[in-house]
Design a protein around this ligand. Structure first.
Ligand code: BG6
Length: 289
């Protein structure tokens, strides 16, 4: 179902019979809502988010492509999050897994304007699936469609903003003892000492070669988010905290308490595609009590 969202922007709504639901804007292929069967919102979107292109939407699940952060010459996090994607009404490869869920395929191809800033032809397909028990799956495939025989390289992240009842009671598990790059210290490499990560001040790290499963415990709600991923070896953990939040026009002053970003990513080792080659990445989000 395609309907009009904020500011008249098109969004697709996926619903399951037991009440769970997902909303995804064609602008950025940006998931802005994921609700469980009890109607509770699981993603954080800022009350000050601006739904007005070319401004990216603050919250939900922005896509960072073809560049994570400012690791290259493009705008921060690349341009996929502020382009208008299209719906593919004849999606290929509908397997039984997705057939049990409800899904939509979104497509992005570069325009002539895009080719001026990033001279590579590609097709990016993202299948957004709401599973029968309310899990959210994002399956991406990116193909090099360049006819001139040129390869390209990219970095990538699903910049998921999870909604939490209070950041002081949040533990991120699965990243203990791993190496990370600290974005607050010029990407200095360090090793995590603890088992579970707690956040007590501004936090911006890229954990490297992480396991396929990471979990986020919200102690107050007694809820655990489970992040499962394939093809996305790195994981960014981000919270701007109070001072940085104040510098962000599209983020409320005290909203840092109610969110944590845990981003499935491919950053340390950029992905290279030769013409005709395809990369696949997969993110599955679920909750357990
Ligand atoms: C995170 C980065 O992934 O995204 C941070 O690690 C950055 O450094 C944050 O501040 C938000 O980025 P943006 O461009 O959406 O404000």
């Amino acid at each position: 179902e395609i309907t009009k969202g904020i500011n008249g922007l098109d969004k697709v709504i996926l619903r399951q019979t037991q009440g769970s639901g997902v909303e995804v804007y064609l602008y950025g292929a940006h998931v802005t809502s994921w609700k469980n069967g009890q109607g509770q919102e699981l993603l954080f979107v800022s009350s000050k988010a601006i739904f007005d292109p070319p401004k990216p939407i603050r919250g939900g699940i922005p896509i960072c492509f073809p560049q994570f952060s400012n690791l290259g010459t493009l705008q921060s996090h690349g341009f996929a999050r502020n382009r208008l994607w299209t719906v593919d009404n004849n999606p290929p490869n509908v397997t039984s897994e997705v057939a049990n869920g409800v899904f939509v395929d979104l497509l992005l191809k570069p325009t002539e304007e895009d080719l001026k800033i990033w001279p590579h032809r590609f097709e990016f397909r993202m299948r957004v699936t709401l599973g029968p028990t309310g899990d959210l799956m994002l399956a991406s495939s990116i193909k090099n469609t360049d006819a001139d025989g040129k390869l390209f390289t990219f970095t990538f992240a699903h910049h998921t903003y999870f909604s939490v009842s209070n950041i002081s009671g949040v533990e991120v598990k699965g990243l203990g003892k791993l190496d990370y790059l600290d974005n607050l210290k010029n990407r200095e490499r360090a090793t995590e000492v603890g088992d579970a990560i707690t956040i007590k001040s501004e936090f911006d790290r890229v954990y490297l070669s992480t396991p396929t499963e990471i979990s986020i415990l919200d102690q107050e709600k007694k809820r655990t988010f489970v992040v499962q991923k394939d093809g996305l070896p790195d994981a960014v953990v981000w919270n701007p905290w109070e001072a940085k939040a104040k510098t962000m026009a599209d983020f409320g002053e005290d909203e840092f308490k109610y969110m944590v970003c845990v981003e499935a990513a491919a950053i340390e080792k950029p992905i290279t595609l030769k013409p005709g080659e395809e990369w696949k990445g997969r993110l599955q989000l679920s909750t357990r009590l």
